[in-house]
Design a protein around this ligand. Structure first.
Ligand code: GLU
Length: 315
């Protein structure tokens, strides 16, 4: 990795096509990296074969290229990296930080209280499997006390892992490594210094900070940009059937992303070229102007005449 350099990344999961919401994270991480003279990597997070949609990876890379993104180095694929996750898993096991767990999701859900991201694991198997129970998954111990980090967009964020999440899974019952482990290991091995991504991952970040500490990894800096949400506050996603980005509307898409990111691009740019968009964006990008919100509301009727009065109410 560069000694004192900046290295950012975009890490889409190939569970479907990129949509406008995904573009916000890609644009913000790309501009922040380039404007700091840094590198920008693309990593395909195809850790979960059942969720991988055939052809999605090719379409994601094609759409990124059509929108003028240029990434450094080869694209990494998590599906090819099981051995390094296994090594990290071994390190945690050796250090006595993980334990086998026999509980099914259903069992946990029936006794646990709700946390920030699903049920809080009540620690049933923490001190050993009960007689006759078989190990299914592996969980990482978390201790009481706050994990805090200073997010460049959202400010200081705190979470008590013990009360908000509980011991969390790092190797699943189906034998797959959990996203939380893979993302921390890959960011470290790729020399990523700065993670700029959607605020839907804000609640996962304390788990990742804790894992970095357990694995002796230098922490990265974080900036979580708002996700696009509908008027009910639901994140625009493949699950909510957000429309795939159309390469023929690349300049308009980039312009919209810049608007939602609070950058106030001139309206004329929406009809310009992709190169015009990037030229303007690189000259004017400021992370300080990104709304300090977890989400911004997607306006479906926003078209070519949209003015830059989209939410930018930083206080
Ligand atoms: N693969 C994750 C996603 O597509 C992003 C992970 C990350 O940026 O840390 O939501």
């Amino acid at each position: 990795m560069p000694a004192a350099g900046y290295r950012g990344r975009f890490a889409p999961s190939p569970t479907g096509d990129l949509h406008l919401g995904s573009l916000l994270a890609a644009v913000a991480s790309y501009l922040e990296a380039r404007c700091r003279g840094g590198e920008w990597l693309v990593r395909i997070e195809d850790l979960d074969p059942p969720r991988t949609v055939p052809g999605a990876e090719g379409r994601i890379l094609g759409v990124l290229a059509a929108h003028g993104f240029e990434w450094d180095g080869p694209v990494w694929r998590q599906s090819e990296r099981q051995a390094v996750y296994e090594t990290a898993f071994g390190q945690l096991r050796e250090a006595g930080l993980i334990y086998p767990c026999a509980c099914s999701r259903k069992e946990v859900a029936s006794i646990a209280r709700a946390g920030v991201d699903g049920p809080v694991y009540p620690g049933t198997c923490r001190h050993g499997l009960l007689a006759g129970r078989m190990s299914r998954a592996w969980r990482l111990h978390v201790d009481a006390g706050c994990v805090a980090f200073d997010d460049a967009v959202q400010g200081v964020c705190k979470q008590d892992l013990a009360t908000d999440v509980g011991d969390f899974v790092i190797k699943r019952a189906d034998g797959l490594f959990a996203y939380q482990l893979a993302v921390v290991v890959d960011d470290a091995l790729q020399g990523v210094t700065d993670v700029v991504r959607g605020a839907d991952l804000l609640d996962s970040t304390p788990r990742q900070c804790h894992l970095q500490q357990c694995l002796g990894i230098v922490p990265v800096r974080y900036a979580h940009v708002p996700v696009l949400a509908n008027e009910h506050g639901e994140k625009l996603s493949k699950q909510t059937l957000a429309s795939p980005l159309q390469p023929e509307h690349a300049a308009l898409n980039l312009w919209l992303a810049l608007c939602y990111l609070g950058q106030c691009p001139p309206a004329t740019l929406a009809q310009g070229t992709v190169a015009d968009c990037w030229q303007w964006a690189r000259a004017h990008w400021s992370l300080d102007r990104v709304p300090r919100q977890r989400s911004v509301v997607w306006q479906s009727d926003v078209g070519m005449d949209m003015r830059c009065d989209l939410t930018n109410d930083r206080d």
